[in-house]
Design a protein around this ligand. Structure first.
Ligand code: G3I
Length: 346
């Protein structure tokens, strides 16, 4: 296979390409490290920035993994993507009860205040609120511990706090489940737009939206028309769009490898063709770079890792580029470029 260069392909369309990583992978695996350095302009901490990691005991902050990742980024000319400040699935055990008291917000604010200024030099985008949507609720909002404690206004509070602490940062809401047809995904797109409109009415500082994009071939093709319309609706509201967690869950892992890889590449391509036709999309991050390290290969129940079982990332377990890489390069080439980077302030 010819040399592949996702970084240059993205740059040529005024975008970045990035991947979610864990610092141990970069520290201990030189082949992986080299591939990340060659292919990525942006790195997302898969775990290191989550509240349960940075504050495992109240007031006892643990920035070691995040600091190491930030130094790696600074040393290698990379940027970090700030995932994530507020996620209902990463609340440290000690905070679960006290969050629901009048002083609860102080705890959240303290975490933000310790974290954001520490990395403002290297983080451009912050996933301030992760996964706030639940289309089964009347108001479209997940009944998370944050919602239960502070009501729907927790999103406004979080974005206002974040703006204060990162005046130059791009502040985002990041969510999933907007790529396919069907009533649930339709309702999720609607709920996200309604949330955005409400926040804008309240003059809340929101710069953009992260679309996670965990694709799943079991679900058939994505709904290209609805996705394109949705991205345009976001762009028309002046928002930036980031593809934040792209990967592809396979439908049949017993098929010949070449066919599997082709199907994954086609799935990714169908998505990227729509995403990269939209100039408001400023970057694409895959959730891992290689099948060597992919959350899809971890059994949620047992924690057992089946390395390479699913082949849903651009590089295989041997760090060889797969058709996914080439279809991403093509999609960057064929898409509509984003505005030149000097204009990315808007
Ligand atoms: O490192 C420990 C290991 O020592 C221990 O033996 C094992 C026991 O289960 O756990 C390991 O830690 C796990 C960690 O992943 C490392 O792989 C945690 O339990 C597990 O909770 C953690 O899962 C991460 C999950 O977010 C929760 O933080 C996944 O790696 C990560 O890929 C996933 O990422 C999320 C995004 O943040 C938000 N969108 C969805 C996406 C996928 O679920």
């Amino acid at each position: 296979m010819p040399e592949v260069d996702l970084r240059s392909a993205a740059r040529a369309s005024n975008r970045f390409f990035g991947a979610a990583v864990q610092i141990e992978q970069l520290r201990n695996d030189s082949l992986f490290r080299r591939t990340v350095i060659n292919q990525c302009d942006s790195l997302t901490p898969e775990l290191a920035l989550k509240w349960e990691v940075i504050e495992p005991a109240q007031g006892a902050f643990n920035f070691a993994p995040m600091d190491e990742l930030a130094d790696f980024a600074r040393d290698n000319g990379k940027r970090l993507y700030g995932h994530t400040l507020l996620w209902y699935r990463s609340i440290p055990a000690w905070a679960r009860t006290p969050i629901n008291t009048p002083r609860g917000w102080d705890m959240i604010h303290r975490g933000f205040a310790e974290t954001m200024p520490r990395y403002n030099d290297i983080v451009d985008y912050w996933d301030v609120v992760n996964e706030p949507l639940d289309s089964t609720q009347d108001d479209g909002l997940r009944r998370s511990p944050f919602y239960e404690a502070f009501g729907p206004d927790y999103i406004r509070h979080a974005l206002n706090s974040a703006r204060h602490l990162a005046p130059q940062g791009k502040l985002l809401i990041n969510d999933y489940g907007v790529e396919y047809s069907g009533p649930d995904e339709h309702a999720r797109r609607k709920a996200l737009l309604a949330l955005i409109d409400k926040l804008r009415q309240q003059r809340v500082p929101l710069d953009g939206v992260g679309i996670q994009s965990h694709l799943d071939l079991h679900r058939g093709p994505i709904d290209q028309q609805s996705l394109a319309t949705f991205l345009k609706e976001l762009a028309d509201r002046g928002l930036l769009i980031l593809i934040t967690e792209l990967d592809v869950r396979e439908v049949d892992i017993t098929m010949p490898l070449a066919l599997r890889d082709q199907k994954v590449a086609e799935g990714a391509r169908a998505f990227l063709d729509v995403a990269l036709a939209q100039p408001a999309v400023r970057g694409v991050t895959t959730w891992g770079l290689s099948d060597r390290y992919s959350w899809i290969n971890v059994d949620a129940d047992t924690g057992r890792v089946h390395t390479g079982r699913n082949r849903g990332l651009p590089f295989d377990v041997d760090m060889k580029p797969k058709p996914f890489c080439y279809s991403a390069v093509e999609a960057f080439r064929n898409g509509s470029p984003a505005p030149p980077r000097s204009n990315h302030k808007s």
